[in-house]
Design a protein around this ligand. Structure first.
Ligand code: ATP
Ligand code: MG
Length: 263
């Protein structure tokens, strides 16, 4: 597959549902060495945008390329298998009874749980290594329904990585985590951001405090449209973020972390 370094390219992407415009004329390019965070208020269109990037939603207008393939011409089933995706919607589809180890391992077959397939030893080793890397090794034999929110988040990220994707989409990975859980997750995402062999990550968040160290670019969204997109130091201004959230904001940078508050 010829990527030319571009994992995502959207041009004039619009998504409509009835009279509602979920995405409006989105222009966005993601290179494989960039690490993006998508920020915007509730209803801004972030999840819809990820769903296009995951080859799960087709634009109503405009063109979207995912991993070099034009969505309206590609084998979307194959493309989806090359994109790791974790979101509340994925979590909701996991049966409470799914055993964590099986949930992770079955992702290499595009399944949500284990349904009698035979898995190879390398699959088992990879699942174990991923659970270990995401601090979830002790959870391997637990049932998904018994996990805390933070534990679920880490298990689903390990799962999203199982099929060795080229692109990793995480919708609100830090939502619902306590302070320690958030900081632990951000540390692991920072390690991923630093790993040139890792898939290109795109994470969605409501909070600039949740931008992991090592992330390079920001896409600010409001009302289905892009307010600003580019290197973090350019888009993380009080002006752009204020327009995004409809507030007067002061944005501060503290080393490799960000904060914002209303003024
Ligand atoms: N099928 C649909 N029909 C009409 N409107 C829809 C449909 N699906 C989503 N929307 C609307 O599109 C808008 C964008 O939704 P989306 O889930 O992408 O927002 P979001 O930025 O992810 O929000 P949040 O931060 O709350 O998760 C919302 O106003 C939502 O109500
Ligand atoms: Mg959302």
């Amino acid at each position: 597959m010829e990527l030319d370094g571009q994992v995502l390219r959207m041009s004039g992407v619009t998504v409509r549902r009835g009279d509602a415009v979920l995405l409006r004329d989105v222009e966005w390019t993601v290179e494989d060495d960039e690490r993006w965070v998508v920020i915007g208020p509730n209803g801004a269109g972030k999840t819809t945008l990820l769903s296009v990037a995951a080859a799960q939603t087709a634009p109503s207008a405009g063109t979207a390329h995912v991993l070099g393939e034009r969505l309206d011409e590609a084998d979307t089933q194959e493309l989806r298998s090359m994109v790791g995706f974790s979101s509340a919607a994925v979590a909701n589809r996991v049966p409470d009874s799914a055993v964590v180890r099986d949930l992770v391992i079955s992702a290499s077959y595009g399944l949500l749980g284990r349904f009698g397939e035979e898995y190879q030893t390398p699959d088992h080793s990879r699942a174990r290594a991923l659970l270990n890397r995401w601090g979830a090794a002790p959870l391997a034999e637990r049932r998904f329904g018994t996990l805390s929110e933070g534990e679920r988040k880490r298990v689903l990220i390990a799962r999203a990585l199982m099929a060795d994707p080229e692109l990793l989409l995480l919708d609100e990975p830090a939502a619902g985590l306590d302070l320690g859980g958030r900081e632990d997750l951000l540390r692991r995402l920072a390690v991923l951001a630093d790993d040139i062999d890792a898939p290109t990550p795109v994470i969605v968040s409501h909070h600039v405090e949740e931008i992991p160290p090592g992330f390079t670019h920001g896409l600010l969204m409001r009302g289905g449209a892009v307010v600003a997109a580019g290197p973090l130091e350019q888009v993380m201004t009080g002006e752009a973020l204020g327009e995004t959230f409809g507030l007067t904001l002061k944005v501060d940078r503290h080393g490799d972390r960000w904060s914002a508050r209303a003024v």
